[in-house]
Design a protein around this ligand. Structure first.
Ligand code: SAH
Length: 229
């Protein structure tokens, strides 16, 4: 998978993609992430990428030209499956959406800033809009990093243990069971006996039971039950 991120603040993203599993995925050649500075595509002598809104009102709007130029430049070099705009009113990101998107090859992710982007960008240059939740952040960089992380960790070979993404919350429609590690006893707090039993079938059943209980408690919607009011 190759992800090209368009942003007016590229430095915000550097450290995130240069650490942890995302860096490993890049080093193993499983994922490529390229961050591009939209200002480099601005024809303005001050490299501006925003302007005042027509009709007045507070806040600046990102202009279409640098975004159009950047997308065109990228598309001249390779095929892209989707251009995605991170937006609070987009499709809500959840695990089923991440799973579906993880089969994409090359994608462009556009980060907005200020009051967002000129509506013509959304209408004519973008294929999909994704929101990471019903709240508003000051820029699309964190949302782009959230989406990229969720996608990249699903790529085969990225997580050390191949099966571990499958046992995460939401993958089987349930939240994950509790996990414990050493020591077996910490003060008065003990690890559940069954996990120490070495009995694979019992452990499997216990985990499944715990997942069900937690899902019922925390995310009844996943079981088709109504959320507690
Ligand atoms: N005026 C816009 C908000 C702009 S916030 C509105 O009310 O919808 C500035 C930028 O941050 C957006 O263009 C978007 O790229 C990003 N952003 C903010 N919150 C987000 C969220 N919940 N999900 C995805 N992107 C978000």
């Amino acid at each position: 998978m190759r992800i090209d991120i368009l942003t007016a603040l590229p430095r915000l993203l550097d450290s995130y993609f240069n650490e942890s599993i995302l860096q490993r995925a890049r080093q193993k050649g499983l994922a490529e992430v390229h961050v591009h500075d939209l200002r480099e595509f601005s024809a303005d002598k001050h490299k501006r990428v925003d302007d005042y809104p027509f009709g007045g009102g507070a806040g600046m709007v990102m202009t279409i030209a640098p975004i159009h130029k950047a997308i065109t430049w990228l598309k001249e070099q390779r095929h892209y499956d989707e251009v995605i705009y991170m937006s609070p009113d987009g499709e809500l990101l959840d695990q089923p959406l991440v799973n579906r998107m993880s089969s994409l090859g090359n994608i462009i992710i556009l980060c907005g800033h200020y009051k967002g982007v000129d509506e013509r960008v959304r209408r004519h240059l973008v294929d999909r809009e994704v929101s990471i939740g019903n709240y508003v952040l000051s820029g699309g960089e964190l949302p782009a990093a959230v989406l990229s992380d969720a996608l990249i960790r699903l790529l085969p070979g990225v997580l050390g243990d191949e099966t571990s993404a499958l046992s995460d919350s939401f993958q089987d429609g349930l939240v994950a069971p509790p996990a414990y590690t050493r020591p077996e006893v910490y003060g008065e707090w003990k690890v559940p006996e069954v996990l120490l039993s070495g009995h694979a079938a019992r452990i499997h059943d216990w985990r499944h039971q715990q997942s069900l209980e937690r899902t019922r408690e925390r995310r009844p919607g996943l079981l088709g039950e109504n959320d507690p009011a």
